[in-house]
Design a protein around this ligand. Structure first.
Ligand SMILES: *Cc1c(COP(=O)(O)O)cnc(C)c1O
Length: 384
């Protein structure tokens, strides 16, 4: 069997850590109880497992266990946070602030609110990919109910100054939501220090299972729930809990927390090695987004005069991406790269490299060699 491509797309999804799988396994067949079954031991065992996972997820982000709402993933968490806050006062249209570089799971609920009569401000970013704090301050109005700013961007890996953003938003009496899907388990996340009122994360972006995520809801914050039913999750999200998934999310959170610093150092060194081995041998390569305010496992490069789609096709031994997995079939230039000031042509000459827990030095070296060789070849072919 031919060997599989080297996986450098950890922003799209991550493999399940085998330790997470071992923690989950009993909850599929043996410990199958419904945590809402309060009358027998099957239910109690499942409820205990969920309670433990709730504490593990809470610990990763500095929250209390009762502030964690389990969901089906970050898309649902973002929708619940944004629509849940916007609609809690009987739908009286108000003002929402977000950024131009958010994931569609934030952009699209905001666009829906706009169609419903809400005012929406989308903050731009600078060349580094960061929002401007004075611009945020100027955008805040008395009727602003929610500010939703992602902690880490899923394409360029740029980290926002969440602590400073949180200070501004709290001082003006609005609520702060952060899509921290690409931050949780990768950099320290602390809802108290950030003064976040709501925060989204997802299992499959941090070596947990797909189809499970969480929304942190600060104690006392009221949401209009989006799924009506049995009143699970203290009325905030009905539906029988995905016990194996939740156990996996909890274990993934605990592993990420325990290995956070060591992993950041190791993966950051691999990322720097990848950049060095490409940029030192290939002309016309530029990094997109801040190199200092950036998660250690992300690299995003523009290859001058090269079509990213064609470059990817020419190196099937690498699993990389030209943008977010959810929109990469659309073929339109990335809204994130355009917001950073790239031209559509530059955006279409760009690739995202996502490294992770199972990336090796050999992976990086093989990948760098392929990228350099293929980019050179494409440039030669396109010469007149
Ligand atoms: C992956 C991702 C999402 C969507 O998460 P799912 O759990 O797949 O729904 C939302 N926001 C960001 C920043 C992401 O990277």
């Amino acid at each position: 069997m031919p060997s599989r491509p080297i996986y450098l797309d950890y922003h799209a999804t991550t493999p399940l850590d085998p330790r997470v799988w071992r923690a989950m396994e009993p909850y599929f067949c043996t410990e199958f109880g419904n945590p809402a079954s309060a009358s027998h031991a099957y239910g109690w065992t499942a409820a205990q497992a969920v309670q433990r996972a709730r504490a593990q997820v809470a610990a990763l982000i500095g929250a209390a266990p009762n502030e964690i709402v389990f969901t089906s993933g970050a898309t649902e968490s973002d929708n619940l946070a944004i629509k849940g806050i916007a609609h809690r006062h009987g739908g009286r249209p108000a003002h929402v602030i977000t950024s131009a570089i958010e994931h569609h799971a934030v952009l699209d609920p905001c666009a829906r609110l706009e169609r419903e009569g809400f005012a929406v401000t989308r903050l731009g970013v600078d060349r580094d990919g960061r929002i401007s704090l004075p611009e945020l301050e100027a955008a805040l109005r008395p009727e602003t109910v929610l500010v939703s700013i992602m902690a880490v961007n899923n394409e360029v890996g740029v980290i926002q100054d969440m602590e400073a953003i949180g200070r501004l938003v709290r001082a003006r009496g609005a609520l702060l939501h952060s899509d921290a899907t690409q931050a949780a388990g990768k950099i320290p996340v602390d809802v108290k220090r950030w003064q976040a009122d709501l925060l989204s994360l997802s299992g499959h972006k941090m070596y947990g299972p797909k189809g499970v995520g969480a929304l942190y809801v600060r104690d006392g914050v009221q949401l209009a729930c989006q799924l009506d039913g049995g009143g699970h999750e203290r009325g905030r999200r009905s539906g029988t809990l995905n016990v194996p998934g939740i156990v996996g999310l909890g274990e993934a959170a605990a592993l990420a927390q325990a290995g956070l610093e060591e992993e950041a150092v190791r993966i950051g060194a691999l990322r720097d090695r990848l950049l060095e081995r490409i940029a030192s041998r290939l002309e016309g390569v530029r990094v997109n987004g801040s190199m200092t305010q950036r998660v250690p496992h992300n690299l995003h490069l523009t290859f001058h005069g090269v079509e990213a789609e064609a470059l990817m096709m020419s190196m099937p031994e690498l699993a990389v991406s030209s943008g977010s997995a959810c929109s990469s079939s659309a073929r339109a230039a990335s809204h994130v790269l355009l917001a950073l000031g790239l031209t559509p042509g530059e955006a279409q000459g760009s690739l995202r490299f996502g490294l992770g827990r199972f990336t090796t030095e050999q992976d990086v070296d093989v990948a760098a060699d392929r990228i350099v060789a293929c980019a050179r070849q494409m440039r030669e072919l396109s010469l007149p």
